[in-house]
Design a protein around this ligand. Structure first.
Ligand SMILES: Cc1cc2nc3c(=O)[nH]c(=O)nc-3n(C[C@H](O)[C@H](O)[C@H](O)COP(=O)(O)OP(=O)(O)OC[C@H]3O[C@@H](n4cnc5c(N)ncnc54)[C@H](O)[C@@H]3O)c2cc1C
Length: 473
């Protein structure tokens, strides 16, 4: 293990300034692959702690299907980092990231453009500054080449640390190698995600709990019962809704196993009623009859604060998708924490494969960060980069890694990545449903959310002190 001496450093978090001693012990070599949102945050956390780190980025030698430039942390689509209101889950996460020493969020704030309550950024100025700060950092070596499976094996066989942060468009050879590390069925190359709702916004006067023929847990599923008129109106809206076209690089054959509901409905108005929405084995307690059709909801987490719409994959455009889905009985006021998407996306089934520190259970030294872990979005991906970086700083100092408490935004994301509930594991943004319900659980949404935020803040402040504040040297 190489030992290095480093000069005195100052750690600048959000409102936190920590002076580090003149020198401390540094562990084995660390390599991070992917100069996207997660990769830059991960190397920044390490480098700011005085730890040498190598970052591989394949652009511009080789590009992805979505990136346009050779800049690090490039925004491939929208220029929004979502809400910066600290009283929203997205704002809460940003506050936590800044306290952990984020590079992405303060740089985004510096180059913000008007975006209402959202943090919208000038994508070029933002990415140029990130690139310059990484390129010029004393402790970061940036290598512009495609990282290969052979390099990964060599690093791990030397007992060094490797962080894969290659994102949704991971290059094919590395993706194939990663699949061999996960027993392949635990790595996905495409997303066909059904929409998910916040459980507290479901109308329980209409929706009833029952498993088909009362099998299994009896009330594992919630059922949204359609009568004939409701079903017909839903099908009409579904068939009229605009759909997202497949991108050139998205091969339709991957989606054959999970046809979108609008495509099924286009084969005949009753096809959903005889297929994905069949009402057999179910009885609506309000009418004591079998409904005309039923859409089932399945819990997405242990606490049952989130439910996904079973077999409801869709390519409807997001605006109209919400309107159509709110025509489902019981979901008229539902808040969708995730809308349906079907797109190219490389991600690991984290609950089966990695520890709560995002290290492979069966390959010590191999970590993942970013969207590949099963979070979704620029900010959440960056958050996972800082997380791995800060945990590796602790490991380098021979301190135990520390798990985030369940109640804060970090704890909620890690809980999503660790929750063993049987489900179709899919990437998720931070949202109200991921933050656990308070024990009092008041009926009023605003009161419930205020308690969630208070619990998150107090839990986070204890954790951040432990994570960053332990004595070093
Ligand atoms: C088409 C598309 C549109 C999107 N739109 C949005 C949006 O509007 N808003 C939003 O929040 N999120 C959006 N996302 C998701 C967003 O891109 C990701 O959440 C975020 O970029 C993930 O960060 P990351 O660091 O995990 O991966 P990335 O930011 O993608 O970074 C990964 C990096 O790894 C590099 N790389 C890949 N393979 C190798 C290799 N073998 N060797 C070296 N380097 C490699 C890539 O070039 C890339 O720079 C979109 C994704 C796609 C694909």
């Amino acid at each position: 293990m190489p030992i290095r001496e480093t000069p005195a450093l100052t750690y600048h978090g959000c409102g936190l300034t920590r002076d580090l001693p003149d020198s401390f012990t540094i562990g084995g070599m660390i390599t991070v692959v992917g100069g996207g949102f997660a990769g830059v945050e991960c190397v920044w956390a390490l480098a700011e702690a005085g730890i040498d780190v190598t970052l591989y980025e394949m652009r511009p030698v080789r590009s992805t299907e979505a990136h346009q430039t050779d800049l690090l942390s490039e925004l491939v689509c929208s220029n929004s980092f979502k809400s910066q209101d600290p009283d929203t889950p997205a704002g809460l996460l940003k506050t936590e990231m800044k306290a952990l020493g984020s590079l992405v969020i303060p740089t985004g704030e510096k180059h913000s453009v008007p975006g209402g309550s959202a943090l919208a950024v000038d994508r070029n100025l933002y990415a140029q500054e990130i690139t310059a700060r990484i390129e010029n950092h004393l402790h970061i070596t940036l290598i512009r080449e495609e990282f290969t499976p052979e390099q990964a094996e060599a690093i791990l066989n030397r007992g060094e640390t490797l962080v894969i942060a290659t994102g949704p468009l991971t290059s094919s050879p590395l993706g194939a190698w990663l699949a061999t590390q996960t027993e392949s069925e635990h790595l996905y190359f495409y997303d066909a995600v059904a929409p998910t709702v916040d459980a507290s916004t479901i109308d329980y006067e209409i929706v009833f709990a029952q498993s088909r023929y009362d099998k299994g847990g009896g009330d594992d599923y919630l059922n949204c019962p359609f009568n004939k008129e409701e079903y017909e109106a839903f099908i009409t809206a579904l068939l009229a809704a605009d759909r997202v076209p497949l991108k050139e690089f998205e091969d339709p054959k991957y989606f054959e196993g999970c046809k979108p509901i609008e495509e099924i409905a286009s084969k005949g108005r009753d096809s959903l009623r005889f297929g994905n929405f069949k009402p057999v084995g179910l009885r609506d307690p309000r009418t004591d009859r079998r409904p005309w059709a039923v859409l089932q909801l399945r819990p997405e987490n242990r606490e049952k604060t989130l439910y996904s719409l079973v077999a409801c994959q869709t390519r409807m455009k997001w605006g109209v998708q919400k309107e159509v889905l709110q025509m489902i009985p019981g979901l008229q006021n539902a808040e969708f924490v995730r809308l349906g998407v079907m797109h190219r996306n490389t991600y690991v089934e984290s609950p089966r494969v990695v520890t709560s520190f995002l290290e492979f259970k069966n390959r010590p030294g191999l970590f993942i960060a970013g969207q590949i872990t099963g979070v979704e979005g620029y900010v959440e991906s960056a958050a996972m980069g800082i997380y791995v970086g800060q945990q590796l700083v602790r490991r380098a100092r021979e301190l135990p890694m520390v798990e985030p408490p369940r109640h804060c935004a970090y704890g909620s994301l890690i809980s999503h990545l660790q929750d063993p509930t049987e489900r179709e594991f899919a990437p998720m943004n931070i949202n109200w449903g991921l933050l656990p319900d308070p024990p009092e659980n008041p009926k009023k949404k605003d009161e419930r959310r205020a308690l969630k935020l208070a619990a998150a803040r107090s839990a986070f402040s204890a954790w951040v002190d432990e994570l960053l504040g332990a004595p070093v040297g």
